[in-house]
Design a protein around this ligand. Structure first.
Ligand code: PBG
Ligand code: ZN
Length: 331
């Protein structure tokens, strides 16, 4: 027997065979990123006349209503699937009443985008924290957020956004019962077609820091741990998602994404609705900051982080990398 024959008779598997060339690796790839699954967060600021750079989110701007179509056109040209709109109002108050103002930044932006017949799916974030003077996600009763008193305000905002043309309403406040309240209000107002993507498993995360600077919605006292989820809890996340489905959610979100891939994977195996994952501001900013120092390669790290989220099973990926990643994938 020849030496080679003897060697190939050894009992082990050659996993490396299919990794040998770029062509083979491409062929056997198990997951592929598709820009049409990406959703780009967009900040619309009622106080601006020209776009303004967001320091904490490199490459991102706050947009005036009058120019929001520019970023929408860029996203559409890149093949991105949708936009997630956040508003910064001209004025804030104790009750966050501006969230439901039909003349507010989000409804105004939605009307502009609808008039321009954008091909993108338009998702409107619903929460009060950008609109309250204290920065909490609901109405206060002393120092605690009053769950039930907050629900009608969330429902009003949802109706205002649906009326202005939102395809999808995405409540991010983490009040109990908000999906039921929003569904009932949408149906009562003739918006039975407006879908609800619930931020069902939203954790009280350190990774929201850059967003709070961008959206000026940091709480003025305390934190959000009394309403957002405690990071160690996976079963509770499943319970949150089951509740929101029961209440009428059409799709469910896990947020943040990177530190919660197990929750995403479990959500995908348990629930037969689209699962969205939100790669949040701190995940994006951390990759940028390390790349700026020359410690990691921006493009490779960004695509690897998105690949992990897709591999966990997410159907929709909300990411600040949406346009850049779509461009990298096209090359
Ligand atoms: C507000 C809201 C937050 C994010 C989305 N909606 C911040 C928070 O809950 O404090 C975070 C998004 C991000 O960090 O990119 N309800
Ligand atoms: Zn909020």
């Amino acid at each position: 027997m020849s030496l080679t024959a003897e060697r190939s008779a050894l009992a082990f598997t050659r996993h490396r065979r299919l990794r040998r060339t770029a062509a083979l690796r491409r062929l056997v790839r198990e997951n592929r990123l598709d820009p049409s699954a990406f959703v780009l967060p967009v900040f619309v600021d009622a106080r601006l006349r020209a776009p303004e750079a967001i320091r904490s989110l490199p490459g991102h701007m706050r947009w005036p209503v009058s120019r929001v179509h520019e970023i929408a056109e860029r996203a559409a040209a890149a093949g991105v699937g949708g936009l997630l709109l956040f508003g910064l109002p001209a004025d804030k108050d104790e009750r966050g009443g501006g969230a439901g103002d039909p003349a507010g930044p989000v409804p105004s932006a939605l009307r502009v985008l609808r008039e321009r017949a954008t091909p993108l799916a338009l998702v409107a974030d619903v929460c009060l924290c950008e609109y309250t003077s204290h920065g909490h996600c609901g109405i206060l009763d002393g120092e605690t957020v009053d769950n039930d008193a907050t629900l009608p305000l969330l429902a009003d905002a949802a109706v205002a956004y649906a009326r202005a043309g939102a395809d999808v309403i995405a409540p991010s406040d983490m009040m109990d019962g908000r999906v039921a309240a929003i569904r009932a209000a949408l149906d009562a107002e003739g918006h039975g077609d407006a879908a609800i993507l619930s931020y069902a498993a939203k954790f009280a995360s350190a990774y929201y820091g850059p967003f709070r600077e961008a959206a000026e919605c940091a709480p003025s006292f305390g934190d959000r741990a009394g309403y957002q989820m405690d990071p160690p809890n996976r079963r509770e996340a499943i319970a949150e998602m089951a509740t929101d489905l029961d209440e009428g959610a059409d799709a469910l979100m896990v947020k943040p994404a990177g530190p919660y891939l197990d929750v995403i994977a479990e959500a995908c195996s348990r629930f037969d609705v689209p699962i969205a994952a939100y790669q949040v501001s701190g995940e994006y900013a951390a990759i940028h900051a390390a790349a700026e120092r020359g410690w990691i390669d921006l493009r490779r790290a960004a695509l690897e982080s998105l690949t992990g989220i897709a591999r966990a099973g997410a159907d929709i990926v909300i990411t600040y990398f949406a346009i850049d990643a779509a461009g990298w994938l096209a090359r």
